[in-house]
Write a new protein. Structure first.
Length: 499
């Protein structure tokens, strides 16, 4: 059996060779055929050919396989590009794309798997998984534990293991599971997923909560503030715990945020004979001293009688610690409407100040990210603190320094939208426009005459929408009340038509 691993680029997919047929090869070599590769190019073979038997769409074929060198780009592909010359027949191209089967294991163990999946696991020469799952194997010697750190070591691990690898995961491997990481690193075309019931599904079934009205969050990395992005009266959330300490830490987070009356149910060892259920409020769980099961899931139903200041994506000004550098809510709302946040999109927030726009962006849609630029270190630190307190620290990055220099960094993610709360000038605006793809949104706020002139020029040259926004707030005026105007803000927005 000969497998050849080739370096790859995660940014592109490997094109098919003309006439290529997918196959799973079992090559019986007349002699060994070690190879070397540099930058994706096969550079050396120590034999001229191999006698192979390959199974392709038309059935089994025998012939002489001539390894052909070429550049590979894309997710890891193993044993690619062999030209088979069959006796008295035409030449065909074949390739081998080795598949990885990811099997979701029920909480009660391998015995609950369907027969065909049990056979898949027990017959695999190598099984990869965590220590808990590998202990379930009849022959633990076939087990290989995950590398640490996982993402950095995955490609090398599977390059070394080669063919016929089965991965064990918990429940549904695509629900905050290892299958997602494998697809991102190795390519989705190499992964087959066989899910079992997830702990989230089991918890919802115990609570009788429909999927349509229930949110899900993973707290494996102990970022308890993430739950607050989902907090709203009556909202239901299932949280996957890191260990037995997670429920208490989560409860204390909710109490601090004003949700102490919310109902919390801790399920231990779901789906096993040791399954348990304990019901609390956030206040009682926060002071609970008895040890909880290590494997647990928490169901939260937020109190309908509570409405703390931090609810939803469109936060009030009081939610942000600030030194006055704040895009106030009446101005922030039209800015977010023009920025149009959508799932997994990236915002560049230039002159972030307190981070109010970038944080609101992150709370507006799942997977959204913000890269914020701020020239003052104290404001950058305050924006980070706001992001952590409001539950989006993992998706809100602050870079400190000159905006133009920072925006020119090639390592930055491509933005889907750019917001200027400050620092807009001709150079930074042109840099932002160049970075945006077609359909990207540019929103610029101005409170100075100089920037107003710039925005008027952009509007004349590129179109878009230019408007002034002002508002007045009722304030005490002696023994009466009067209107106090806020500073008028000029707002420019543009949707880029071409890249």
């Amino acid at each position: 059996m000969v497998d050849s691993a080739v370096p790859f680029s995660p940014c592109a997919r490997t094109p098919s060779i003309s006439g290529e047929m997918p196959a799973r090869l079992r090559m019986h070599a007349m002699s060994s055929a070690p190879s070397a590769a540099v930058n994706g190019n096969f550079i050396c073979w120590r034999c001229a050919f191999l006698w192979v038997r390959a199974h392709v769409a038309v059935g089994w074929i025998d012939g002489l396989a001539y390894p052909m060198g070429y550049t590979v780009a894309g997710p890891l592909r193993i044993l690619t590009a062999f030209r088979i010359q069959r006796p008295h027949c035409s030449t065909i191209w074949i390739s081998s794309l080795i598949m990885i089967d990811v099997v979701g294991v029920p909480a009660s163990g391998l015995g609950e798997l369907p027969p065909h999946l049990r056979e898949l696991v027990t017959s695999a020469p190598v099984v990869v998984g965590g220590a808990r799952h590998l202990r379930m194997l009849p022959d633990p010697s076939r087990g290989v534990q995950w590398p640490t750190p996982l993402r950095a070591g995955v490609a090398g691990l599977f390059r070394e293991l080669g063919d016929d690898v089965v991965v064990l995961a918990s429940g549904d491997p695509l629900l905050s599971g290892v299958a997602t990481t494998l697809m991102e690193v190795l390519g989705a075309e190499r992964i087959r997923v066989h899910p079992a019931l997830s702990s989230e599904t089991l918890a919802r079934s115990r609570m009788l909560w429909p999927a349509e009205t229930t949110s899900w969050v993973s707290l494996v990395e102990r970022d308890y503030q993430r739950v607050l992005t989902l907090a709203a009266p009556g909202e239901r959330v299932i949280a996957l715990s890191a260990d037995q300490t997670t429920p208490g830490e989560l409860a204390r987070t909710l109490v601090t945020a004003g949700w102490g009356n919310s109902a919390m149910t801790v399920f231990g060892n779901l789906g096993t004979p040791k399954e348990s259920r304990q019901d609390f409020t956030a206040e009682t769980l926060a002071t609970h001293r008895e040890e909880l099961p290590r494997l647990n899931v928490v169901a939260i139903e937020f109190d309908t009688g509570t409405c703390p200041v931090v609810v939803g994506p469109l936060l009030p000004d009081e939610a942000f610690a600030n030194d006055g550098q704040l895009t106030k809510q009446p101005i922030r709302l039209p800015a977010l409407a023009a920025l149009a946040p959508a799932r997994n999109q990236v915002l560049w927030d230039v002159g972030t100040g307190s981070g109010s726009v970038g944080i609101s962006w992150c709370r507006s849609a799942p997977g959204t990210r913000t890269v914020a630029f701020e020239k003052r270190g104290d404001r950058a630190a305050r924006a980070r603190d706001n992001a952590a307190r409001l539950g989006v620290a993992d998706r809100f990055e602050v870079r400190v320094g000159d905006a133009l220099t920072l925006m020119s960094d090639p390592s930055l993610p491509i933005p889907d939208a750019v917001f200027f709360g400050g620092g807009a000038n001709a150079e930074t605006c042109e840099t932002a426009l160049a970075a945006l793809p077609a359909g990207g949104r540019l929103v610029i706020h101005s409170v100075t005459l100089e920037t107003d002139v710039l925005l008027a020029g952009l509007h004349a040259r590129l179109g878009g929408e230019l408007m002034k926004v002002s508002f007045e707030t009722a304030k005490p005026l002696g023994s009466f009340r009067g209107w106090q105007p806020a500073r008028t803000v000029t707002c420019y927005s543009l949707v880029k038509e071409t890249s």
